[in-house]
Design a protein. Structure first.
Lengths: 291, 310
């Protein structure tokens, strides 16, 4: 029997011809891979502990500008190694951004599916929540919650996880409704599959590419939010360190020791830029619904 | 049209009621409000007085209603730092914030929209590429990094401009530029894609085909239609006139609402935080309301009640 040529257009869109990767996207991917490697191997590659003091080498400039190779990127006011702090900050910022992005995607997608499945009051409730969270700038909401509940790393990750949930909810609901109108979901339902099975094994894989694109686009926003909050001193708290809190700390030494601030600032910009480039490229390739 | 406005207004009021409810719930979830607002080592009499003032001994729904009632009367509590009314404290800071955000909004519109239109009309040209690169950069460079870089260059190295404070218009230049450049990038990107979408529509081809000069096609057909989505994002920017400068105000030590918010959060001065939260939500909701009504005026299809998806 030949393979069934039953191609439902919505299920198997014809693959666009494989275009050459734009060089900027390749650079972005390389940078991102390097960041991930640094985050994973932080304990191995960091030259010093991130709280280790070297009081004889305080505010030492980076090695090429007259510092020692003991501290390639210089030291801060307490003699802590900037490179080591940068490495641990990258790990912390990426960890928070990944955690928060995944939380947001899971919450948003689940609520979107719930809305699409139950319709009626549940759907109205979810849509009202979507309206609500669109009505307050997220930074203000986050600041208010931090003021009320105090600060902890877990709370920070969960809070940032609420960022952009409404986008996933809107997308998941819309696509799940569209999928419900297509043959495959009705067919599986007709076979007696449970809602868990329908949404988890059939609808989700079909809309995954759109969700992944949204996650790639939300990821840099989460990094920016976290670094903004940490810069204000309201995100990651000492002794822990993140890219934003390094910039916030370095700000005090802007005139005397700009290297404390420039290295983490460059890391933030290059990382968000890389993910954005990859996200834009993915969106153009994978996602017919957003454009 | 009246009906349309009424339904939008009802929706706006509902959203504001939800924000108030949110503030109430969060305050209750975070523990005993008396302890939190008065501080852990407040004398028992003060706690008792607070409890009766806030009706904390009544059932929760009575508390909720009286909370609502107090807010309707503009009673948003007192700052625990200096005992003044939170709403007065916040209102004092609004002019300083607007002194940054209004000029910044003009910069955003004045730079972003022309750049976006130009890029769309010269698609794939060098200028288009440049605008897009700058637009992506504007989105990915956080405002505090941009602000500190500008300080490093123009205040520290060149010494042309002050690095912070609020003594005169020269102090406002760097914060306004910081705010304006980031927003202009967003707006340019948005305007460009709105224009490209409109330029691909059949009616543009029709207008060109029947011999309308290109300039007239752009000004008469493309721009008005591309204006509709662009108005939304400008409405969002107007809505964040008060809240949009939290980070930048902190970078430049500018005594506005955002700086007040950050200090209040760090000190857990909850009355002030709550007041700013409500104020910001109201501005945002108002701006959305105006945008919705403008939409109704710009696009008669929306008045009939069936909104386009997306």
């Amino acid at each position: 029997m030949p393979e069934a040529p039953l191609t439902l257009p919505a299920l198997a869109p014809p693959k666009p011809p494989r275009a050459k990767l734009p060089p900027l996207v390749v650079l972005g991917a390389v940078w991102l891979a390097a960041m991930l490697g640094i985050a994973l191997l932080a304990d191995v590659i960091a030259p010093h502990g991130y709280t280790a003091l070297d009081l004889r080498n305080r505010l030492a400039p980076p090695a090429p500008f007259g510092g020692t190779w003991l501290h390639p990127l210089g030291t801060d006011e307490l003699g802590r190694d900037v490179l080591a702090r940068l490495i641990y900050s990258i790990r912390m910022s990426l960890l928070i951004a990944f955690g928060a992005t995944i939380i947001g995607a899971v919450i948003g997608t689940s609520l979107g599916f719930l809305a699409a499945h139950f319709r009626g009051l549940v759907e109205q409730g979810v849509l009202t929540l979507v309206d609500f969270s669109a009505s307050i700038p997220f930074l203000i909401l986050a600041l208010a919650v931090l003021a009320f509940f105090g600060n902890s790393l877990v709370l920070l990750v969960c809070l940032l996880g609420l960022h952009a949930w409404e986008r996933y909810a809107r997308i998941a609901r819309g696509l799940a409704l569209a999928a419900g109108a297509q043959g495959y979901a009705a067919a599986v339902r007709g076979l007696g599959a449970s809602p868990w099975r329908i949404y988890g094994r059939h609808v989700l894989p079909n809309i995954a590419s759109t969700l992944i694109v949204s996650m790639t686009l939300a990821f840099p926003e989460v990094i920016l939010l976290e670094s903004g909050l940490s810069f204000l001193g309201l995100g990651v708290q000492p002794p822990e360190t993140s890219l934003g809190s390094m910039v916030g700390y370095g700000r005090e030494y802007l005139t005397r020791a700009p290297w404390i601030l420039l290295a983490p600032a460059a890391s933030i910009v290059l990382t968000t830029l890389s993910v954005s480039l990859i996200g834009d490229w993915l969106r153009d390739r994978l996602d017919p619904t957003l454009r | 049209m009246l009906r349309f406005v009424a339904s939008r207004l009802a929706r706006a009021l509902l959203t504001i009621a939800m924000v108030v409810t949110f503030a109430f719930v969060v305050l209750r979830l975070s523990g005993d409000p008396a302890q939190i607002i008065m501080g852990a080592d407040a004398p028992p009499e003060a706690i008792a007085a607070f409890r009766s003032a806030w009706r904390l001994d009544e059932p929760i729904w009575v508390q909720y209603l009286s909370y609502f009632w107090a807010i309707l009367q503009g009673d948003l509590g007192r700052s625990m730092r200096d005992g003044r009314d939170a709403i007065v404290l916040v209102a004092e800071r609004i002019p300083a914030t607007l002194a940054l955000t209004v000029p910044a909004l003009l910069v955003k519109i004045g730079l972003g929209i022309p750049a976006g239109i130009y890029a769309a009309l010269h698609r794939n040209s060098l200028a288009d590429r440049l605008v897009m690169v700058l637009a992506v950069a504007g989105f990915t460079v956080p405002s505090f990094v941009l602000g500190l870089l500008l300080v490093l260059i123009f205040a520290v190295q060149l010494g042309w401009l002050p690095s912070g404070g609020q003594e005169g218009w020269r102090h406002a230049i760097l914060p306004v530029v910081t705010l304006g450049l980031g927003g202009a990038a967003v707006l340019a990107r948005f305007t460009r894609s709105a224009m490209l979408e409109v330029l691909g529509q059949p009616y543009i081809r029709t207008a060109s085909a029947k011999g309308v000069p290109w300039r007239a096609v752009v000004t008469g057909h493309a721009l008005p239609n591309a204006a509709i989505p662009t108005v939304t994002i400008i409405g969002f920017m107007v809505g964040s006139l008060i809240a949009g400068a939290v980070v930048v105000e902190s970078v430049f030590s500018w005594p506005g609402v955002g700086r007040l918010m950050v200090v209040a959060v760090a000190n857990r001065d909850l009355a002030v935080v709550q007041c700013i939260l409500l104020l910001v939500a109201m501005t945002m909701v108002m701006a959305n309301l105006v945008v919705d009504i403008l939409y109704g005026l710009l696009d008669p299809r929306l008045r009939s009640g069936t909104r386009r998806a997306g």
